[in-house]
Design a protein around this ligand. Structure first.
Ligand code: ADP
Ligand code: MG
Length: 323
């Protein structure tokens, strides 16, 4: 099966996306961005053995790569439009490719994000996705917009990514219900696109949490020139795996585990009532966990008492990951 046949069979889609003038098949894709909006783009690479286990099924790899890429658009308050895919595979395995394409497209279609081009090469398995989206001018959610006094919120639950990885590595055994929940959270973490769009123009800053809540909140603080105070007892985590681990371990995963793909965002006092009403009306699943301060750095309390964690989060080139 040559490169052309692979593209034809697995990566050409009949669905024509918004603003697609030329899709797959020419030297470049040509698109028409919506009038009066800014174009937002981000690229993400997932490498076999680093971002997913080497033996992960094609469907899981496709869904995870797409979900992770879309999560960045969510963090900017953007609406997904198009994506390009650079796929490197050791060999053209039809079963794997079919599943990969299905997993990838199922998540992309859910968010009406259209595949408009890519590149296919032979080599060690890796998946690179560049997503493109749009956002109204003036509504972009940046990391740098937080101010002292703003409230800090998070969407959904934390620690699922770390719990799932521990289960995948066979260091923790859980019951079947918990297992399927964790596998779904690991391989198809819901990108918070709808939440991001609702928060655009309402939140003052946002980030998608992929390296750990503590580290990613630090990035908001650094970009905004502020500090943060959060109460770790307020951060939601799933009851499904709670009973399997110590409280110290749970909080470590909640604060520093990667791969949760939730949003952490800050809200100016003037918009807090609006956000609370969105939460009440179930337009937004989010929880207040603290507030921004004028002292640099992230300070933790646990139910009011000072709290510290051992490891702060994930970084590809940090010493502790290079053993
Ligand atoms: P070129 O040699 O000009 O870079 P290619 O032969 O690599 O073109 O690709 C042919 C067409 O197929 C292009 O439109 C490209 O965007 C598209 N394409 C290649 N690989 C993929 C892929 N994995 N998914 C989607 N489109 C792809
Ligand atoms: Mg090429």
């Amino acid at each position: 099966m040559d490169e052309f046949a692979i593209i034809q069979k697995y990566f050409s889609s009949a669905a024509q996306g918004v603003g697609v003038v030329i899709g797959i098949g020419d030297d470049c894709a040509v698109v028409q961005p919506p009038a009066d909006s800014l174009l937002v783009m981000s690229i993400d690479t997932m490498v076999s053995g680093v971002h997913f286990p080497g033996d992960a099924r094609g469907g899981c790899v496709g869904a995870r790569a797409m979900s992770g890429a879309l999560s960045d658009l969510a963090a900017m308050g953007a609406r997904p439009l198009w994506f390009t895919l650079a796929l490197t595979i050791p060999e053209p395995d039809p079963v794997w490719l079919e599943a990969f394409s299905e997993g990838l497209m199922s998540i992309a279609n859910l968010h009406e994000c259209r595949l408009i081009g890519g590149d296919t090469t032979r080599g060690p398995l890796s998946v690179t996705i560049q997503v493109h989206g749009c956002v109204d001018e003036g509504k972009v959610l940046k990391r740098s917009g937080a101010r002292p006094g703003d409230m800090i919120y998070v969407t959904g639950c934390f620690g699922d990514g770390a719990a799932a990885l521990t289960v995948i590595e066979k260091k923790l055994t859980v019951n079947p219900g918990c297992f399927s929940y964790l596998m779904k959270r690991f391989y198809a973490p819901t990108p918070r696109i709808a939440e991001g769009e609702r928060l655009a123009g309402v939140a003052s800053a946002a980030i998608d949490v992929s390296d750990g809540l503590y580290t990613d909140l630090e990035k908001i603080c650094e970009a905004s020139g502020t500090g943060a105070l959060i109460d770790v007892s307020l951060i939601p985590s799933s009851d499904l795996w709670r009973a399997h681990v110590s409280e110290g371990q749970r909080l470590q995963w909640v604060l520093a585990g990667g791969d949760d793909y939730q949003l952490c965002f800050t809200v100016p006092r003037a918009n807090v009532a609006r956000v609370e009403s969105m939460i009440e009306k179930r337009m937004l699943v989010a929880t207040g966990i603290g507030k921004m301060t004028d002292k640099m750095g992230v300070v933790l309390v646990n139910d009011g008492n000072p709290y510290a964690i051992d490891q702060k989060g994930y970084s590809h080139f940090s010493e502790s990951n290079c053993e």
